[in-house]
Design a binder for this molecule. Sequence first.
Ligand code: C2E
Ligand code: CA
Ligand code: CA
Ligand code: CA
Length: 274
Amino acid sequence: GKSEGRNVYRFFEPGMDALMRERRALEVELEAALPKREFELDFQPILNIGSGAIVGAEALMRWRSPARGLVSPENFIPVAEETGLIVQLGDWALRKACNVAASWPPDMRMAVNVSAAQIKSGGFARSVISALAFSRLPAERLELEITETVMMDESDAVLKTLSQLRGLGVRIALDDFGTGYSSLGYLRRFPVDKIKIDRSFIRDLDKRDTAAIVRTVIGLGLELGITVTAEGVETEAQLDMLRKAGCGEAQGYLIGVPTKASDIGGLLRSQALL
Ligand code: C2E
Ligand code: CA
Ligand code: CA
Ligand code: CA
């Protein structure tokens, strides 16, 4: 079986063994990093294209490891997902993000990424409700970003959880839209408030076919009454095209890079005064 195969690798390939040791070390460090408060959230602003106003931000996790330096979520989230640590880590992020958002002007929304393992862990709805209660953030200002992997299995339980949260006013965004196997199928089955077009499409907006796909997704959103957000907007030309296509929101380095809470808080407050 599978475990036998693993033993065979271990036995015959010393290189593989070193890799596994390094991986195990990473797991142990990650586990210890949470009580040591080594995780941080940065916040990236989200633009309402029509009004030109910043309408909120997405919380993006970072690990400031004394040994490894600043570690990208791409390198530690998958490990945290496999070990199950993501349930605690995600809960921390949710609480932290809600607390930060509660200090923002009253119409600013906070988007938080949620892993499949968190929703499947059982206590997810309770976690969200508790984070909202402690921070006093109105549910309408919280947006949960989920990917298709959340919807892939145990879909009845997931559907129930998402519907419950939506009933409270929490918004659900379908992240990385277009990268999965059956985005449209999930869109039909799961109630979502927002689609986030993956940045790989925005990067290739100057290609005719990609532009056609993006325009079609925007049209789909308009027809379904779902907000469409374009991720990874880096150039004025991209923003222009998205505006002409009727895209609702944009996020990306052109609008703003992820920044720490104190900086984005200032930005949001100064805008609220305008
Ligand atoms: P994502 O949810 O798709 O987040 C967007 C990523 O694109 C972020 O990378 C962001 O910094 C980056 N980005 C934003 N604008 C631009 C742009 O104009 N150009 C380019 N090239 N990149 C841009 P980051 O922060 O490294 O996060 C990577 C992924 O890690 C996220 O992708 C998300 O899937 C995951 N992640 C981050 N924070 C959390 C978290 O708190 N919980 C969970 N479960 N996953 C998280
Ligand atoms: Ca996201
Ligand atoms: Ca995304
Ligand atoms: Ca992504």
